[in-house]
Design a binder for this molecule. Structure first.
Ligand code: NAD
Length: 484
């Protein structure tokens, strides 16, 4: 067993366990036991972190891309080496099985590697001048400045790594504010990057009540960019605050991903993939498949097999039983949220629970894998992101109808389809309104490809080249002859 680490903030190179504004307990969601205490930063500590980030930016942004690459690459390697230990902390803090936590850590190292390499590649471009008097027109990418990174609990290492990798590779200093539910997972990532050789002040990490802390950091004149992953409602609020200071803002928000299943899809493989995708991380994934839109000819068979496989998903404390397929929800608020989604159904025209449907009694925030057939298009399940282990399944008659159902919400993060038809693959790839469309699989996240949404799911991308450029500002430098 990995001992739960003492949770500490990092400010200007100093690790600090005492929060000036007190502390809050960190709970193991599988047992409801207190793992440790998370310090809450005082205003003075936030000011110190801002001042450190300001000084860190002056140092870090003056280093060459290859110097930044070398340091980040070392940090990424240390992260991969510590993956087993860090994965155990992720499982303790938010409940996901080791088989999901350990790859999360390893791929986070790969994300940082890829973004660090962009520091060697993104040199800008030369534009041919219109006039012979002009010697050069250079377009450069300069680091935006000190960045505030606000990350959630569902992928506590990976979502922080995407933001840290892009910001640090581009030459920005950072203040990371991880979710209060999973502080140690993020802290261990920060430790690895510090060990890799980041100068003091370049990376700072604070905790506290998310609203007041975020608002204070966003309002500071030192902060030049904010990146947030979380709910649409909070994202809109923080975006409005960022706009007041005309600061760059990247929101990666909620989703309600549709999955269109056509009659030509390989049935067995598709249902198995849909169940595995739905209950990964107990459905607490922004790109989780949620609204299954299935061709009427295979609808009944699909519902029956989906429910059959869902009922076989083993639910339990993944920290003690490695065979567990789905852990608890991250905190008790998610249980309340699941119940609210199901209370909205009426067992008739508004949807029928085919399997699951309730919290599991005993300690821990466990909920049954739940399948609902025929929820109405206006039900809470089909209109609001459930962010938990509930799937809604509805039939469609034509592929155009399926696209209309899929595109009917303001969310637009991920969309999926399963089909054996090449024509349909291309049609759906073009017509589905989402930042990411995957046909015949569910993998929309890799270090090399952009991850982001449209509409109420946010804007901008993380990972890929875009994940680096999002922390840069475009500048034109043009030079004319000094004399005719
Ligand atoms: P929540 O809104 O209480 O918290 C979600 C996250 O947002 C946490 O990390 C929290 O620290 C942060 N947060 C909350 N209020 C904030 C504020 N005023 N300012 C800055 N940050 C704030 O909800 P929850 O029950 O913990 O999570 C469920 C909801 O959050 C879901 O509906 C989902 O949309 C969203 N969420 C999304 C992602 C994602 O990957 N996009 C991840 C986690 C949570």
């Amino acid at each position: 067993m990995t001992a739960y680490p003492t949770v500490k903030m990092l400010i200007g190179g100093e690790w600090i366990a005492d929060g000036g504004a007190g502390a809050m307990p960190v709970i193991n969601p599988a047992t409801e036991e207190i793992l440790g205490q998370c310090p809450k930063a005082s205003t003075e500590q936030l000011d110190a972190a801002l001042a450190a980030a300001d000084e860190g930016f002056a140092v870090w942004s003056n280093m060459t891309g290859i110097e930044r690459y070398n340091i980040l690459r070392r940090g990424a390697q240390i992260l991969r080496e510590r993956a087993p230990e860090i994965a155990r902390v992720i499982t303790a803090e938010m409940g996901k099985p080791n088989a999901q936590a350990q790859p999360e850590v390893v791929v986070s190292g790969d994300v940082i590697d890829f973004l660090a390499e962009e520091a060697k590649r993104q040199g800008g471009r030369l534009v041919p001048p219109r006039s012979a008097n002009l010697l050069s027109q250079m377009v450069t990418h300069e680091p935006v400045g000190p960045s505030v990174l606000l990350t959630p609990w569902n992928f506590p290492v990976n979502l922080a790594a995407r933001k840290l990798g892009g910001a640090l590779a581009a030459g920005c200093s950072v203040i990371l504010k991880p979710a209060e539910d999973t502080p140690a997972s993020a802290q261990l990532l920060v430790e690895c990057l510090v060990e890799g050789g980041l100068p003091d002040g370049v990376i700072n990490c604070v905790y506290g009540d998310p609203g007041p802390v975020s608002e204070y950091l966003i309002a500071s004149p030192i902060t030049r960019k904010i990146s947030f992953t979380g709910s649409t409602a909070v994202g809109k609020h923080l975006g409005a605050l960022a706009a007041q200071g005309m600061k760059r803002f990247t929101p990666e928000l909620g989703g309600h991903a549709p999955v269109i299943v056509g009659e030509s899809a390989d049935f067995d493989r598709t249902v198995a993939a849909c169940v595995a995708g739905k209950f990964r991380n107990a459905g607490q994934v922004c790109v989780s498949p949620t609204r299954f839109v299935v061709a009427r000819g295979i609808f009944d068979k699909f519902v029956a097999e989906f429910a059959n496989l869902s009922a076989k998903v083993s639910v339990g404390d993944a920290g003690v039983d490695p065979s567990v397929g789905m852990g608890p929800l991250a905190h008790d608020r998610r249980i309340t949220a699941m119940q609210a989604v199901l209370d909205d159904l009426d067992g008739g025209p508004n949807g029928e629970i085919v399997t699951g449907g309730s919290a599991i009694e005993g300690s821990g925030y466990f909920f049954q894998p739940t399948v609902v057939a025929n929820p109405s298009p206006t039900s809470r399940l089909m209109t609001q992101e459930p962010f938990g282990p509930i799937a809604g399944i509805v039939p469609y008659d034509t592929v155009e109808d399926a696209v209309q159902i899929a595109n009917s919400l303001r969310y637009g993060l991920a969309a999926y389809a399963f089909t054996g038809s090449l024509d349909e693959s291309h049609y759906l790839g073009r017509k589905l309104r989402a930042g990411m469309v995957a046909i015949n699989h569910f993998a929309v996240s890799s270090p090399e490809t952009p991850f982001g949404g449209v509409g109420d799911s946010g804007f901008g991308s993380e990972s890929g080249v875009e994940g680096y450029l999002g922390y840069t500002e475009t500048k034109l430098i043009t030079v004319a002859k000094s004399a005719p």
